[in-house]
Each structure stands twice: as structure tokens, then as C-alpha cells.
Design a binder for this molecule. Structure first.
Ligand SMILES: *Cc1c(COP(=O)(O)O)cnc(C)c1O
Length: 230
């Protein structure tokens, strides 16, 4: 059997096992195959093997691939997004996971609104200890939501985070449970355009922990496509 097919089956079965271990149904967990640095031919092959949703983190790369892959494929923007590139995502992505400032949210609202399109977005939260530029701090979420309620062309469907890159399982778990607790803390904040159901968390090295902590969307690249070549 083809290695790609084998990898996909392996990942699906690991998702199933982690879900069962935590008393959850695997149907609650959506897999986004992260296809950055993967050629269009292999993305199409993965689609043939049953995957429907693919994540990209660079707009330029997404645009190029969009023309070359099966039109049935759903793309999701999962990486940092500059405001001047938002317009290119219209009609090309099903969701944006990396909304990390109100400025970016306003630009998404404006651009998609001009075309009368509603777009699903997740709010990226910085839960890890290490310094990174991207993601709101948990303390910033409240003010973000207060402003975001006016952005009617966006459906805010959940929260996203990237766990700490470490071997310390406790620390990784802390990142994911922080995101789950934030969703609970803001569950009262339910409006026409805000309903934080989804938790996008878990990558190749930590998706089983993320599922145990309540992840509803895992973003997995390496375990499916192999090590990336840059
Ligand atoms: C690359 C990437 C992933 C997938 O990482 P793997 O370790 O290859 O599974 C997930 N989320 C984001 C935001 C990424 O940039």
C-alpha cells in the first residue's frame, strides 16, 4: 500500500483511539491535513484517499495550489495573515483559523462583506510560554469579542492555539486546557455572529493530548505527508 494512504489510515485510527480513550466520538473531531510545502499532486492523491480539508499557512502558496488541485477540496487558512492579503482569500477558503487582532478581523469583515460572503473564523490565542508574535493573550479575548460583535460578515466559530513545542506533556496539556477553559468562560458571549464551539488545537506531535483536552479540529501535516522539505 502507498505510504500516504497508510499514513492517513494511521492518523485516523490514532484520532479514533484518542477519542475513545477520552469518552468522545471521533465524529466530533475534524481533521485538517496541513499541506504547506506539499505538491498539488500529493494533495489530490490525499483527496482521493478520502481527505476533504486542507490547511495552508501562506497566501501565495495557497493561491498557486488553488488553481491546480481538485475543485472539491476545502482549503483553510491556518497561518499568520497580513491584512493586505485578506482579499485574495475570498472564494478560496472555508475558514480562517488565525485571526489574531481586531485590525485583521475588521479587514476580513470589510473585504468579505463587499462580496456579500460570510466567512467562518477562529480566534488565535497565545497559550504557550515561549514568546511568539501571534495570537491574543487570554486576557485580550474579552475586549476582542466586544468589538467583534459588530463584524456581521464573520461567524466566529471557535478558538485556535498552537501548543508549546516541548516534550513536557504537562506543559502541552496546560496550553490546550487553557483554550478549553476560555471557551467555557466565554460561552455566555453568544450572539448572532459569535458562537465559540470549535477548539482548533493539536498537531503531529501533540494531537492525541489535544483530543483528550477537547479538541474539535486537529491540524496535522507531518504525520500525513512526511517531513517537509524546504
Ligand atoms: C505546520 C502547521 C501545522 C501542522 O504541523 P505538523 O507538526 O506538521 O503536523 C499545524 N498548525 C499550524 C498553524 C501550522 O503552521
Amino acid at each position: 500500500m502507498d505510504l500516504l494512504k497508510q499514513n492517513i489510515e494511521n492518523v485516523l485510527s490514532r484520532i479514533e483511539t484518542a477519542a475513545r480513550r477520552s469518552g468522545r466520538a471521533s465524529s466530533e473531531i475534524k481533521l485538517i491535513a496541513v499541506s504547506k510545502n506539499v505538491e498539488p499532486e500529493r494533495i489530490n492523491l490525499a483527496y482521493e484517499y478520502g481527505l476533504k480539508d486542507f490547511g495552508e499557512n501562506r497566501v501565495q502558496e495557497l493561491l498557486k495550489k488553488f488553481e491546480l488541485v481538485n475543485p472539491q477540496i476545502n482549503f483553510h487558512m491556518i497561518g499568520h495573515l497580513q491584512t493586505n492579503k485578506v482579499k485574495y482569500l475570498i472564494n478560496r477558503v472555508k475558514s480562517i483559523h488565525s485571526v489574531d487582532s481586531i485590525k485583521l478581523a475588521k479587514e476580513i469583515d470589510k473585504r468579505f462583506g463587499e462580496k456579500n460572503i460570510k466567512i467562518n473564523c477562529l480566534i488565535q490565542i497565545h497559550t504557550a510560554k515561549e514568546e511568539t508574535k501571534f495570537g491574543l493573550s487570554p486576557e485580550e479575548l474579552e475586549n476582542f469579542l466586544i468589538e467583534a460583535q459588530h463584524l456581521k460578515n464573520i461567524n466566529f466559530i471557535g478558538l485556535m492555539t498552537i501548543g508549546t513545542l516541548t516534550d513536557d506533556e504537562k506543559e502541552i496539556r496546560r496550553c490546550f486546557s487553557t483554550l478549553r477553559k476560555l471557551r467555557e468562560d466565554y460561552s455566555h458571549f453568544k450572539l448572532e455572529n459569535i458562537d465559540l464551539r470549535e477548539l482548533s488545537m493539536g498537531m503531529t506531535s501533540d494531537f492525541e493530548i489535544a483530543i483528550e483536552e477537547g479538541s474539535t479540529i486537529v491540524r496535522i501535516g507531518t504525520a500525513i505527508f512526511g517531513e517537509r522539505k524546504y
